[in-house]
Every structure is written in C-alpha cells, then in structure tokens.
Design a protein around this ligand. Structure first.
Ligand SMILES: C[S@@+](CC[C@H](N)C(=O)[O-])C[C@H]1O[C@@H](n2cnc3c(N)ncnc32)[C@H](O)[C@@H]1O
Length: 466
C-alpha cells in the first residue's frame, strides 16, 4: 500500500513517511517538540486522515523506541549513528520501526518508499545504503533477543527503550518490577480524556449525550469528573467543548484541583497557571464564586488562560503575569485560603505524550529543577493564610522533585504539615485499585500503569492555625 503523495502549494509532493521523517529530523536536530512539530507539518502537508494517522504513529513510535532501534542498527550500519547524516538516521529509524512494530503495513511498501525518499532527498548512493540495510533486515529477520548477561537496568532500558540512567534511578526509587511497568506503560498510546464542567452538566448526562451522538465514551475509573473518550475524534472541535461542557485534561491532572478542594467564596492563588487547566477546574469547583488569581511567568500564555475562562464563562478568574518567585511583592502575605503550585518539572510522567522527554532530560536537570521547586514552594507558602492549604504538584516521576522537595520544605517550614484529609471522591478509586500506600500521609505518586493516566505527584499541606 503506497501512500498517495500530497502536493504542497508550490512545494514538492509529501507523503506520510516523508512528513514523519522531516518531523523526526527536526525533533532530533533542532530540539523541537514532537507534538507541535507534527501538528504544523500535518497542517502544511494536508494529508488524508489515514496518512496523517500513519505519520503520527511513525513519529511517536520511532521516538519511543529509539534506544532499541539504535541498538540493532549499530550492528548493521557502519558508523551508526554518529557518521550517518541526521536525515538518513531519521529515515532508517522510522523504517525500522515500521518493519518491527507496524506489521499491518506491508514491508515492501515501507522499504520501497524509504528508498524513493532517500533518492529524492539525497542521491543514488544513499538510496543504495537504505535499500541494503532494510532489505538486510527483511532477509535476516529482526532479531529482538538480547544478550543474557545484561543487568536489570540494561535489559529494561533496551527492551522498553528508556535511557539507562533513568531506569537505574527508577529501580533505586521503585524497585525493578514497578520500573519495568512504568517503562512499558510509557510506550502505550494514551487515551483522550476530558473533564466535565459540573456547573453545566453531570458526568452521566454528558456521557449519555455523547454516546447518543456516536462518540465512544465512558466514565473515568480514577477521576470523578473525568470521561474517557476512545473514539471521539478531536474533542476540541466538538460542540460540547465549544459550549464549555467539557475541557480536555488528563485524568491524573484532574485530581489536583480536587485535592486542593477550594470552596465557593474563597481566595485562591494558582502560581504557575498556564494554560489554565487546573485554574478552570478550581473555578468550577468554586461555582465561580470567590476569586482565583491565575499567574504565569510567560506573558504570551496569559491569553491562553483568558480564552479558557471565556469559553467556560468563568468570571472569578483574574490573570497575572509575573515570576512566581516574586509573588509576595504583589500579593499580601498569608492572604489566600488555597495556594496551588503546579510546578515546572522534568515531565517524566508524560513520556507517553511527549516521548522525546526521555531522551532530552538529564539527571542534572532534575537536580536544578528541584532547587527551583524548593524556592517556588518557599515563596508560594508565604501567601497561605493560617489554617490555609498549599498544594504542590508535578507531572513527573522523580523523588528528588517530588517527595524530597516536600520533605525539605516541611523541614524548613515547621508551620506547615502534610494533610491527609483528601476528599473521599479522590481517595476511594485509588484505594480500591490497591494503589494507595498503607502509609499515605498526604502525598501521592501516580504512575502511568496504575490507571493509564499521566504520572503525577500531588502533596497537600496545611499551615497551622494562629
Ligand atoms: C506544569 S505547567 C502548569 C500547568 C497548569 N497548571 C495547568 O494545569 O494548565 C507549569 C507552568 O509554570 C510556568 N512557569 C515556569 N516558571 C515559572 C515561574 N518562575 N513563575 C511563574 N510561572 C512559571 C510555565 O510557563 C508553565 O506554564
């Protein structure tokens, strides 16, 4: 099955594989984000839906399996990877991914088109190299077995394609079995999920309405406000989204506002708010009564927060642009009932959605982020009222950024303590699934294999009363 080439206005024809190769090349050489790069490339190429789906699968799959692919190609291509031109690397990796994991696509189509792209983009010699490597793979068969002398970290790293330093770190933090489960879950397709705006409809009503309209949706087993949308197209284009009945959000992420548990009439601060997912959720929980200050350091992100508030018709959200390290210069100390610090982090919990994270982040990044998080927590905490609540969250799986950061903060701030009084609606599904630690004291690490949602960390702290 050859993909029909699509003609770009004034440009050369581009099929799914060529689009995918270009995206992979830009992700590797320019440090581009796969999602953004892919969206732009798909829009420019105007591919059919099946071709866009193929390009998407090739991009995400190739980045996900990079380690494993390179491990094998190293034995087949002289000078791999350093001596091979970057775009040829992208082409060969993507073709390898297809031959090994996308077996519904006939192998000869993958090889023929890779050779065509190689000749068009390079020259006959590169076409010959690509042809030789891929036909060699077909002839010899892909040998997926690994040496038996590997350490656990080496084996998991190659079998599930994660950097070895990260696997070693997770084994030290979670043990071998959980680490293997994390890595395996990171290679799964994430499902789409949405948060129901309970100010406008109940979850049951929305699920029923969407099912009637031909969508495949079901209630989230994790988040009381969540629905899982298996076959729903792009929810952002639906009338339910446009009319503010739902917001697209990961199920783990939905727990953060629920743990913060803001009430109508309260004064709430979201220190790092853009694009505004958790701000809006908190505003909905407050029934749009009270005040939420939604701050972010990047001026261009303020509009994103405002757009969401407008779409959801929420009036109590007030945006602010500034460094969260300096919030006390603009907001009175000890003046907020609830402060949320959804901190910038290494993002190791969202590898399923952004697989390049696992190749781009380093152990040093984790250390410097935990320093920043500690400073942000210090500043955020100064704004919490006596008896008020401080919620700290990240979308990462790194003890240094999560549990260690919180423990260090408590050690430096004896006026705060962990608060295990989480709403039962949040705790019940986690407890029932066996994922609530016996020693739960008010902080929780969600892993992607637990519910098929993002890896997330949430801690709830309370300032002592006066
Ligand atoms: C994890 S994201 C927040 C996601 C958001 N809470 C939501 O649910 O949509 C972290 C945000 O922190 C912002 N940020 C990073 N450093 C910051 C700082 N020093 N002060 C304020 N915001 C910061 C980033 O721009 C980013 O939007």
């Amino acid at each position: 099955m050859m993909n029909k080439p699509n003609r770009l206005p004034g440009g050369k024809p581009q099929g799914a594989r060529e689009v995918a190769m270009n995206v992979l090349h830009n992700v590797e050489t320019k440090g581009a984000y796969s999602g953004l790069e892919l969206n732009q490339a798909l829009q420019a190429a105007g591919l059919s839906r099946p071709d866009a789906a193929l390009a998407t699968e090739l991009v995400y799959g190739t980045i996900q399996r990079l380690n494993t692919i390179d491990h094998d190609l190293k034995t087949r291509v002289k000078g791999w990877p350093g001596k091979i031109e970057p775009w040829v690397r992208s082409l060969l990796r993507m073709s390898y991914y297809q031959l090994r994991w996308l077996t519904r696509v006939p192998a000869h189509a993958a090889v023929d088109e890779a050779v065509t792209i190689a000749k068009k983009r390079g020259h006959k010699g590169i076409g010959g190299l690509v042809n030789g490597v891929l036909r060699g793979l077909l002839r010899d068969g892909i040998n997926a077995s690994l040496s038996e002398n590997l350490t656990a970290a080496e084996r998991i790293s190659l079998e599930h394609s994660h950097p070895q330093w990260l696997v070693e770190r997770w084994i030290a933090e979670f043990g071998e079995r959980l680490t293997e489960n994390i890595c395996s879950a990171n290679n799964e397709h994430p499902h789409a999920s949405a948060r129901v705006n309970r100010m406008k409809a109940s979850r049951d009503t929305l699920v029923a309405g969407m099912t009637d309209a031909g969508f495949e949706t079901s209630p989230s087993p994790l988040a009381g406000y969540g629905i899982i949308a298996t076959k729903a197209g792009n929810l952002v284009h639906s009338d339910w989204y446009k009319q503010g009945f739902l917001s697209v959000q990961d199920e783990s992420s939905m727990l953060v506002a629920a743990v913060a548990d803001p009430r109508p009439g309260m004064r709430v601060l979201d220190c790092c708010a853009a694009p505004g997912g958790k701000t809006m959720h908190m505003a909905e929980l407050m029934n749009d009564e009270g005040t939420i200050i939604a701050n972010d350091v990047h001026p261009h992100k303020e509009a994103l927060i405002k757009q969401q508030a407008e779409r959801l018709e929420l009036k109590n959200v007030h945006t602010m642009v500034g460094d969260a390290l300096e919030l006390s210069e603009r907001i009175d100390r000890e003046s907020c009932d609830v402060v949320l610090l959804d901190a910038p982090c290494s993002g190791l919990g969202v590898i399923r959605r952004k697989p390049e994270i696992k190749w781009n982040k380093t152990a040093d990044d984790i250390t410097s982020l935990s320093e920043l998080q500690n400073r942000l927590l210090n500043e955020a905490s100064s704004l919490v009222k006596p008896s008020g609540v401080l919620v700290y969250s990240t979308c990462t799986i790194a003890r240094e950024e999560n549990e260690d950061t919180v423990r260090r903060f408590i050690a430096e701030h004896p006026e705060f303590s962990l608060d295990a009084e989480w709403p039962e609606e949040v705790l019940a599904p986690i407890r029932e699934s066996g994922n609530l630690p016996d020693d739960f004291r008010g902080m929780l690490q969600l892993l992607p294999q637990m519910f098929g949602s993002d890896g997330f960390f949430i801690a709830r702290l309370r300032r002592q009363s006066r």
